[in-house]
Design a protein. Structure first.
Ligand code: PEP
Ligand code: MN
Length: 370
């Protein structure tokens, strides 16, 4: 059972103390508080864990500071959407707001290689008014002989360059618990010129110990990629691991499924599930057109497949786009064939805006506002 408290309930108030005292006396039930800090208000939810079947909604509704009571299923307890009235999970990180109402593009390098390439990328982003990027330092590779990423050695100069070009959030994959500490230390050592969204890649979606470690992270948000060969339900449960450990600043990423049914794309594009994830959960939803498509193939209308699938995800309500660019894709150490060129950044962003406007118009039409 979930108790949604009145907005901005003060946890030190008399009413809240009375509520928690009452809940503490319920036998075999544990009350866990979860707060969502939005721009305008702080929402407090109290999860009652245990056998709540004997509790009456009316009794709970009458308790001090309680605004709504919702019976919830076991699934996706914190991240799930148990009631249409529940607000989407919203968080602000380093000045950037994430929610099911926003849209951010994270264009950047699949893997950090040289300072020159990183700087060219970041300068191009700044010219386009972008404040987010992707930069892989720890790369999970299929072959042990392939480039594994520069690791912690590149973090100081990547963060400094990000600060120089006004980048506020970098999506960066971690494949081991120690990487979280390395990133935190490098941010501190460089004076926090930027922020990092920890990315859990598709190969690690069910690496439960990594999920628990990232779930204990008190500040940095997480981009959790869907597992490439497991059900959506299994991937959403993986996201819940993060929240159950305390970190509910989670964006859920669709990146295509491994299957030859998607040929000639690298993965079978699954962006039709953007609205499904938004319905089942309150997480912002990311799409990764680059790792879905895996090439620079172009349709007869002149648009790259990467642009077509991006538009498909955005017109369905996606909240984040993670996309590979590179100043010299032929020199990229990872995934060059799917990277877009820097002169394609402006047209790509314009195309995203067209799809976003179309999405917002579609929602307005449905709500009878057009
Ligand atoms: C990536 O985004 O760099 C990546 C490796 O993606 P995925 O985990 O989806 O394969
Ligand atoms: Mn890649």
């Amino acid at each position: 059972m979930l108790l949604i408290l009145e907005p901005n309930t003060d946890l030190d108030s008399e009413g809240h103390r009375q509520l928690m005292d009452y809940l503490a006396r319920l036998p075999n039930i544990e009350a866990r508080i979860h707060q969502v800090h939005g721009a305008e208000q702080t929402l407090t939810e109290v999860y009652l864990v245990g056998d709540t079947s004997a509790l009456s909604i009316a009794d709970m509704q009458a308790l001090p500071t309680v605004e709504q009571v919702v019976r919830i299923s076991e699934e996706y307890r914190i991240l799930g959407r148990h009631d249409p009235r529940q607000a989407s999970l919203e968080f602000v990180y380093n000045g950037v707001r994430f929610s099911q109402d926003e849209l951010h593009v994270f264009a950047g390098l699949c893997a950090v290689d040289t300072p020159q390439h990183v700087e060219l990328m970041m300068r191009a982003l700044q010219e386009q008014g972008q404040v987010c990027t992707r930069m892989g330092a720890y790369k999970p590779r299929t072959s042990p002989y392939s480039f594994q990423g520069h690791g912690k050695a590149c973090l100081p100069w990547v963060f400094e360059l990000a600060g120089k070009y006004g980048i506020r959030v970098i999506a960066m994959e971690v494949t081991h618990e120690s990487h979280i500490r390395e990133i935190r230390e490098a941010l501190q050592a460089t004076g926090n010129p930027t922020g990092v969204m920890l990315q859990i890649g598709t190969r690690n979606t069910q690496n439960f110990e990594l999920l628990k470690a990232v779930g204990r992270e008190p500040e940095m948000p997480v981009l959790l990629k869907r597992g490439f060969g497991i059900t959506l339900e299994e991937s959403l449960n993986a996201a819940e691991y993060l929240a159950s450990e305390g970190n509910s600043r989670v964006v859920f990423g669709l990146r295509g499924m491994k299957s030859n049914m998607g040929d000639p794309h690298r993965n079978f594009v699954d962006f039709a599930q953007v609205p499904v994830v938004r319905r089942l959960t309150r997480m912002p939803v990311c799409i990764d057109p680059s790792h879905s498509v895996g090439s620079r193939d172009r349709a007869p209308d002149g648009l790259l497949d990467v642009m077509h699938v991006t538009a498909q995800g955005v017109i369905a309500g996606a909240n984040m786009v993670l996309v590979d660019f590179h100043p010299a894709p032929e020199k990229a150490l990872v995934d060059g064939p799917q990277a877009l060129h820097l002169d394609e950044l402006a047209p790509f962003l314009q195309d995203v805006s067209v799809a976003r406007e179309a999405y917002l118009r579609r929602v307005a039409l449905q709500q009878g506002k057009c």
